[in-house]
Structure formats: C-alpha cells, structure tokens
Design a binder for this molecule. Sequence first.
Ligand code: SAH
Length: 359
Amino acid sequence: MKTLYGSIPDEIESLVAGQGLPKYRAVQLLDWIYKKNVLAWDEIRNLPKEMIQKLSGEIRLTALEPGEEKKAVAGGPTKFLFKTADGHFLESVLISRQDSSDDESEEAVVRGGRETVCVSTQLGCKIQCAFCASGQGKFTRNLTAGEIVEQVARIGRVTGKKITNVVFMGMGEPLDNFDATLRAVHILIEPWGFAFGARRVTVSTSGITPKILEFVKAVDGRVRLSVSLHSSIDEVRSSLVPINRRYPLKDLVSALRKINQDLKRDITFEYTLIADLNDSEEEVEGISIIAKPLRAKINVIPYNPIAEFPHKAPTPEAAERFCEQLKRRGLHVTLRQTVGRDIDAACGQLRLDRARRTA
Ligand code: SAH
C-alpha cells in the first residue's frame, strides 16, 4: 500500500478525487503531513471521520514506525532508530548547533542555532567506501521518498524542535537511489511540502559522475551539492572509494567544472582525513589544483576509526596542520573538530547490522 508521506500534490489530488471529495481536501492533507507532520490519522482534525475512514482504507499515512532515540555523546548528535513496514531498521541523526560560525553563508545563520537532520537513503550501501560503516553490511534495498522525508518529520515531532536543515549524508548513496532522492528533495523544498529553503538542503555523493550532472539539472541547481573527495590521487581514491575506478577524478572534476562554471553552482568537498594515508603534501597540492578553480569549500573530517579499516585518525595537531596548508593555498577549509560528535562523522557511523543489534 502507498503512503501519504512521499506523495506529491498530483497523487493526493487524484486520491481525493477518486473518493469523490473536493480538491481542497488534498491541500488540507498536504498541510497535515508536510507542515504539521502528523503521524496518525486521528491527529488530523479538520476532515470528516468518514472521509478519514475511506482514505485510510486506500493509503497508509506513514511509512515508518518509531524507533528509539539514543544520544551517543553528551551534547553530541542524537541518533534515531526507525523501523520500516517490512521490518528493517534504519538510523538518522540530529545535530544541534548553537552558532553557525563555521559556515559563512547567510542562509546558515539562524537565530537560536541550527537543527540538522541527517537522513539515510538506502538500507546498506553498494558503494563500499573502505572507511565507511554503512557499506560493511549487505545492501538490502533503496528507501522510498516517503521513508526518507518521514525521518525529518518524526525527528521534529519526537524532539519538538524546529528542524532547519537536512543533509543527505546518512546511510546509502543518494544518487544510487536517484528517483526517490529527487522526489524527497522536492518534497522538502517545495512550498506545498516542508518548504525548507533550498540552500538548507544538502545532497552528498561519493561521485557517481553522470548522475551528479543529471541531479543538478533536475533540481535546477537549487540544493547544495557535496562531493566526497577523500583523495586527489586516483590510485588512493580508488582504494578508498571503489567507484573512482569507474568514474576517475578527471571525469568527476570536469563534471564539477561544468556545474560550477556553466550552471554557476557552488560545490563542497568532504574529505575524510586518515593518518598516513591521504594526509600528504602531495594531497594538499592535488586538492588545491582540484578545488581552487572550482572555488570549492572543503570540509575536512578526521577519520572515525571502524574495526574493518585499521587505520588511525590524524592527531588534532596533524589535522589542524593539514587544514592550515590548504588555507595557505587560498582554499576555504572547515575542520570538523570533534570526531564522532559532529554531523558528518556521526553520519558515517550509520550501519545496518548495528541498527539491527540495538533493536
Ligand atoms: N554516500 C554519500 C553520502 C554518505 S555521507 C557520500 O559518500 O557522500 C558519508 C560521509 O560520512 C562521507 O563524506 C564521509 O566523509 C563520512 N564518513 C563515512 N565514514 C566515516 C568515518 N569512518 N570517519 C569519518 N567520516 C566518515
């Protein structure tokens, strides 16, 4: 059965029309789910009981069931566990930031701080980046658009907080689940949907080059694009992000040039910094050659060690030094200081089997 979460106006209008109901009922339904984030039929108050009864025989309201909330570190991100209708578990993360000092974009400055939800897009991940927990288990399936956006609605409801930003940085590769990701993005940014400012929504990708171009065109460049770079040297990048063998740096960078120059869109790079692996002078030089012409911002994330990838996190001093070297070359760099406490690092820690164990 379909779900209201994940539906777009056309679909809700035909559902309502199919029940012989006037069109304004569709507008009300959209408002209840995407603006008021109701999670049960009986929370909907301005529709006749009989109408609710008919609708609930036709379509489910939600795609997920509540899971538990668990705070990893005091003051750090909160992880949420959800269960899908077919019995799988997925995790999302909420990170609260008091100030926006590390982000100079005007849109990022919100009175009272930022509340960012990091959503998962797949159960497991096929990309299998060497250092990422999400690719270690088996790939189960894509999430639906309803399952993606409902993570945002549920976290807002459970915490009572006003969610200000959404990042597609949880489990999965968003562009490997293209249609659902695109639909979820629309639901998040359209006025009839959650109505987030488009610059408050970020989609992060491991670099499926042809899909990046397609995606940027499909959203008309409105949402932010983040690319997981992790190395400027093909051999090293291929060992970390296997998809680099198929879409090597040259292709990736030329696609990003197009996006930056022809479509005039900003790009951010994520760079997971691993001791003695991708922290060399050569990388600093290589990153600068790639990022400078793009005027791309770089988020350096100290590696958060996982058992399957026995390498070390850089020391805080080494991470600082690496960033300084990049800055000296005129790049805009942000160091995600506290490993495991920041959204990017926390997002990389989502894994399917662990979600199962905690359930
Ligand atoms: N598949 C997409 C979305 C996932 S985002 C992508 O690759 O961009 C995952 C981000 O979490 C990556 O940019 C990576 O930098 C970060 N990450 C994953 N595992 C990590 C780890 N063990 N330590 C630090 N960061 C990690």
